[in-house]
Design a protein around this ligand. Structure first.
Ligand code: CBF
Length: 801
C-alpha cells in the first residue's frame, strides 16, 4: 500500500490520543503497539472488505482450513512486511522518538498451537493470501492457549499464558455471525407430514459460538483473507433461563485452553466438546454463507473445499451431513456425495495420537444426533465394502469398532483426498498406518510435502542475511523463493562466504545476549551453536542429544589438555503436561546444564542452554543463529518436520536421520552438505518384523556408550535420581523403543566430523550456502499451490512452478 511518512505520524498520534487520551510521551510500548495495531488494521480495512466482496461477487471457490491449532507468531512485523510499509513506519516511529523493536516485543505471541501442526496451519494461511487464493482458517480462540513454560529447579512448570490481557489489536468480534452449537440432551426422529424424518431435540446444552476474525494479509497483493476463531459463550437468554455456575464454567471451559489434560475421562470429554464446537460452528457459518448466495446445494463442492488438518476437525463430516439432511432436506445419497466431494484430510503423524478415538458411550452422550449419523455412515460403509473386500478388512477400518469412534478412519472414508506431509510419510501411511484403507481407496492417497513461511524466517527473523542475499541476487526471491538457487553462483566467492560468516556471527551475538540477560549464561559466539527446537517427545530423541553432551563432558574431564572445539547445545521444547517421561528429559537436560555450565574444568568449552517457553518469537531469535540443526528422530517417526526447513533456510547444516522431510532436504542440498547418520525407516521396520533389536547388547558392546549411559544413574548429574533412572530404564530395561542406542555410535561420529569441519570457515560456509540456496523449494507458497491444484481445485493468482 502507499503510505507517506507524514501521514503515518499524524495518524499514529491521533490513534494514541483517541485510544488512550494521553500524549505520546506518556504511553508504554504496549500502548504504542496496540495503537499501531489498530491503525494498521484500519489502513487495511478496505482491502479486507474488497477481498471478501470480490470473492462473493465472482462466486469464487473458497477453501476453509479447519485446524485445532493456529500458531501465527506476532503479526505486527509480518503485516507491515506484507503491506510493504515497514520502512515508512519504522522511520515515522523513529522520528517520533520511539523504539520500533520495543514496540514489536510488546506484542504477545499467541500460543494457539503446540508445534509443527499449528505453525504449518498459520504458514498456509499466509501463503494462501500471498498467492491470491481464497483461503479461510477456522479454529478456536483459546483464552489462554498453550501454557507458558517456566523452569523451577529444572522442572517444567506450566503457567497460564494470558495473551489476551491487553486485548487483541488484530481481531474483530462478529457477534452478528454467532451460531448455536448443541451438546447432550435427547434426540429422536419424528415423522413429518411429508413422510420424512426430522430430529427433535430435548434438554440440550446449547453453547453460543462467537467468531473473532483476523485479517490475513497477502504479500504485496492487496488480498486479505480471514482467520476465524470461535469463542464459547452463554447463549442469548430470551427464555430467561437460569444458568448455574457449573453450566457457565462448562461453557467457559470449551475455549479456555489448548489441549486440556486428556489423561482422564473428563479431560477427554472436554477435548471432544472442543472438537465438535469449532467443527460445527465453522460448518454452520460456511453453509449459511453459501445458502445466502445460492439456491441449490448440488454445486456446493464446486464452491467450497473443507480441509481437515489432522483428525481433530473430523466431525465436520457428520456435521455437514446433519445440516444437509436435517435443515436442507437433502437425501442421504446427495448429502454424502456433496460431503465427500467437499472434504479432504491431512494426516500429520504415524504415531498413535494421529488416530484419535472416542469411546462410543462418551460420544453418543455428548453428540447424540452426530452419533446417529456416524452410525449410518458406518452401516453403509460396511454394507458397501464387505462384499468387495471381505469382513475382516472392513471390520478393521469401519468408523465404529472396538467400542470406539475412530476419527482417522471416518476422515478417510468421508474425504475425497488423504495426504501425508513428506514422501516417506505418505509411503508409510500407505504401507502401514492406513494400509487397509489404502487398499480400499488407493485413488484418495497423495503426498503434499510441508512448507514454511520464508518471508517470516528470513525477511523478519534474519534481516542481516536478507540484506546480504538481496545485495547479490536482488529481491525477486521474496515472492518466488526458488530463486534463492541463484546464490549457488557464489559458492566459490570467498568474499561472499566471509560475509555469510559475519552475518552468522551477528545472529549468534544477538542470541548470546539474550541468553546472557535472560538466563545468566555466557556463551561464546565462536562456538558451534547446535540447536534442537521441537516438541519434547521420545521419538524426537532429545535423549540422544543429551547423551552426546554427557560424552563431551566426560571427554573434557578426562583429557583437559586436549583441544576441544567449543560447543553450545541449545534446546527449546515444551512437554505435554501429562507426559511424564518428556518432563523427566527436561529435568535431566537442565540438571546436566547446571553441572556443565558451572564446572570450572569445563570453562567456556561446553555450554548447555535450555531456553524456556519456546515459541515462534524465540524461534525467530534462535534459528538465524544456528550452525547445526538437530533432526534426529527415529527414522520413520517424524512425519515431515518443519524446523528442519527453517534452519536450512537460515544456513544451518542438518545433523539428521533419513526421516520425514530430512530426506528431501538431503536431496535438495546434497548429502555432502549435511551430516546424515543412523538407521533408515527400512532398518527400523526390519527390526519390527524380526523382533530382534537388543538394546542391551548394543550397550554391552560399546564401553564408551556404557560410560555415558551410566552417568544417568551414578550421581554424576546432581539432583536427578528418579529421572535419570527412568531414562536409563527406558533404554535398557524396556529395550529402547526409539533405537537411541542403535544410532548412538554413528551420531557421535558425525558430531566429531562436525567439530573437525567447523574449523574450516570457507568450507563450512560453502555448505551453509548450499543449504540456503536449495531451501526455496520448501516455501509454503509452493505447498499450498499444490494443494490448490491437486486437492482443492481452487484458483490462485501468482504463477508458481
Ligand atoms: O505436518 C506438520 C508437522 O506436524 C507434526 O508436528 C504433528 O504435530 N503431527 C509432526 O510431528 C511433524 O513431523 C510435522 O512436520
Amino acid at each position: 500500500m502507499e503510505l507517506k511518512e507524514a501521514q503515518f505520524t499524524k495518524d499514529f498520534i491521533n490513534e494514541i490520543r483517541a485510544t488512550y487520551a494521553v500524549d505520546l510521551k506518556d504511553t508504554s510500548p504496549m500502548e504504542q503497539y496496540m495503537a499501531l495495531g489498530h491503525l494498521i488494521k484500519r489502513y487495511n480495512g478496505e482491502s479486507w472488505t474488497d477481498t471478501s466482496r470480490s470473492y462473493r461477487k465472482n462466486d469464487v471457490k473458497q477453501v476453509y482450513y479447519f485446524s485445532i491449532e493456529f500458531l501465527p507468531g506476532r503479526l505486527l512485523q509480518s503485516n507491515l512486511l506484507n503491506l510493504g510499509i515497514t520502512d515508512v513506519v519504522k522511520k515515522g516511529l523513529k522520528n517520533l522518538g520511539l523504539n520500533f523493536d520495543k514496540i514489536v516485543q510488546a506484542e504477545p505471541d499467541p500460543g494457539l498451537g503446540n508445534g509443527g501442526l499449528g505453525r504449518l496451519a498459520a504458514c498456509y494461511m499466509d501463503s494462501m493470501a500471498s498467492i491470491g487464493m481464497a483461503g479461510n482458517g477456522n479454529g478456536i480462540r483459546y483464552r489462554y492457549g498453550l501454557f507458558k513454560q517456566v523452569f523451577m529447579n529444572g522442572y517444567q512448570v506450566e503457567l497460564p499464558d494470558d495473551w489476551l490481557r491487553n486485548g487483541n489489536a488484530w481481531e474483530v468480534r462478529r457477534e452478528n455471525r454467532a451460531c448455536l452449537v448443541r451438546f447432550g440432551g435427547h434426540v429422536w426422529l419424528q415423522e413429518q407430514p411429508d413422510g420424512s424424518l426430522k430430529p427433535v431435540y430435548d434438554h440440550t446444552d446449547d453453547v453460543l459460538a462467537v467468531p473473532y476474525d483476523t485479517g490475513i494479509i497477502g504479500y504485496h497483493n492487496v488480498v486479505t483473507n480471514t482467520l476465524r476463531l470461535w469463542s464459547a459463550e452463554l447463549p442469548p437468554n430470551e427464555e430467561q433461563t437460569y444458568y448455574s455456575q457449573e453450566q457457565r464454567d462448562n461453557i467457559d471451559e470449551i475455549t479456555k485452553v489448548l489441549y486440556p489434560d486428556d489423561s482422564n475421562a473428563e479431560g477427554r470429554s472436554l477435548r471432544l466438546r472442543q472438537e465438535y464446537f469449532f467443527s460445527s460452528a465453522g460448518v454452520q457459518s460456511i453453509v449459511r454463507h453459501y445458502a445466502a448466495n445460492h439456491t441449490s446445494f448440488k454445486h456446493f463442492p464446486q464452491k467450497v473445499a473443507i480441509h481437515i488438518n489432522d483428525t481433530h476437525p473430523t466431525l465436520v463430516i457428520p456435521e455437514l451431513m446433519r445440516i444437509l439432511l436435517d435443515e436442507y432436506n437433502c437425501s442421504w445419497d446427495l448429502a454424502w456425495q456433496i460431503t465427500t466431494s467437499t472434504m479432504s484430510y491431512t494426516n500429520h503423524t504415524i504415531m498413535q495420537e494421529a488416530l484419535e478415538t472416542w469411546p462410543i458411550g462418551m460420544f453418543q452422550g455428548l453428540l447424540p444426533r452426530i452419533y446417529q449419523i456416524v452410525e449410518e455412515i458406518d452401516r453403509r460403509y460396511r454394507a458397501e465394502k464387505t462384499p468387495v473386500f471381505g469382513q475382516n478388512i472392513v471390520d478393521r477400518t469401519a468408523p465404529l469398532g472396538h467400542g470406539q469412534v475412530r476419527m482417522a478412519y471416518l476422515a478417510v472414508i468421508g474425504s475425497h483426498s488423504v495426504n501425508g506431509v513428506a514422501p516417506l510419510h505418505t509411503e508409510l501411511l500407505k504401507k502401514d498406518v492406513l494400509t487397509d484403507l489404502y487398499r480400499i481407496y488407493p485413488e484418495k492417497f497423495n503426498n503434499k510435502t510441508n512448507g514454511i513461511a520464508d518471508r517470516r524466517w528470513l525477511e523478519i527473523a534474519n534481516q542481516p542475511l536478507t540484506k546480504l542475499i538481496d545485495s547479490k541476487i536482488g529481491k525477486k526471491w521474496h515472492a518466488n523463493p526458488k530463486l534463492l538457487q541463484e546464490l549457488s553462483a557464489y559458492e566459490s566467492d570467498e568474499k561472499f562466504l566471509q560475509q555469510l560468516a559475519e552475518v552468522k556471527k551477528i545472529n549468534k551475538r544477538r542470541l548470546a545476549d539474550y541468553v546472557q540477560s535472560e538466563m545468566g549464561i555466557t556463551i561464546r559466539t565462536d562456538a558451534i551453536f547446535d540447536v534442537q527446537i521441537k516438541r519434547l517427545h521420545a521419538y524426537k530423541r532429545q535423549v540422544l542429544h543429551m547423551l552426546e553432551i554427557i560424552r563431551e563432558y566426560l571427554d573434557i574431564k578426562r583429557h583437559p589438555e586436549q583441544s576441544f572445539i567449543p560447543h553450545v547445545h541449545i534446546f527449546g521444547a515444551k512437554a505435554a503436561p501429562s507426559y511424564h517421561y518428556a518432563k523427566s528429559v527436561i529435568k535431566v537436560i537442565n540438571a546436566l546444564a547446571d553441572l556443565v555450565n558451572n564446572d570450572p574444568d569445563i570453562g567456556d568449552k561446553l555450554k548447555v542452554v535450555f531456553i524456556p517457553n519456546y515459541g515462534v518469537s524465540l524461534g525467530e531469535l534462535i534459528i538465524p543463529a544456528a550452525d547445526i540443526s538437530e533432526q534426529i528422530s527415529t527414522a520413520s517417526k517424524e512425519a515431515s518436520g518443519t524446523s528442519n526447513m527453517k534452519l536450512m533456510t537460515n544456513g544451518a547444516l542438518s545433523l539428521a536421520t533419513m526421516d520425514g522431510a530430512n530426506i528431501d532436504i538431503v536431496r535438495a542440498a546434497g548429502k555432502q552438505n549435511e551430516y546424515i547418520f543412523g538407521l533408515t525407516a527400512n532398518d527400523v521396520y526390519g527390526y519390527y518384523r524380526r523382533n530382534d533389536y537388543c538394546a542391551k547388547s548394543v550397550y554391552e558392546n560399546n564401553p564408551e556408550l556404557q560410560r555415558v549411559v551410566n552417568a544417568l544413574i551414578t550421581n554424576m548429574i546432581p539432583g536427578i535420581t528418579t529421572e535419570g533412572h527412568e531414562i536409563y530404564d527406558s533404554l535398557l530395561k524396556y529395550n529402547d523403543e526409539y533405537f537411541v542406542l542403535a544410532d548412538y555410535a554413528e551420531y557421535v561420529k558425525q558430531q566429531e566430523k562436525i567439530a573437525q569441519d567447523f574449523q574450516d570457515t570457507m568450507t563450512w560456509q560453502r555448505k551453509s550456502l548450499a543449504n540456503i540456496a536449495a531451501s526455496g523449494t520448501f516455501s509454503a507458497d509452493y505447498s499450498v499451490a499444490r494443494y490448490a491444484e491437486d486437492i482443492w481445485q481452487v484458483p490462485y493468482n501468482r504463477i508458481l512452478k
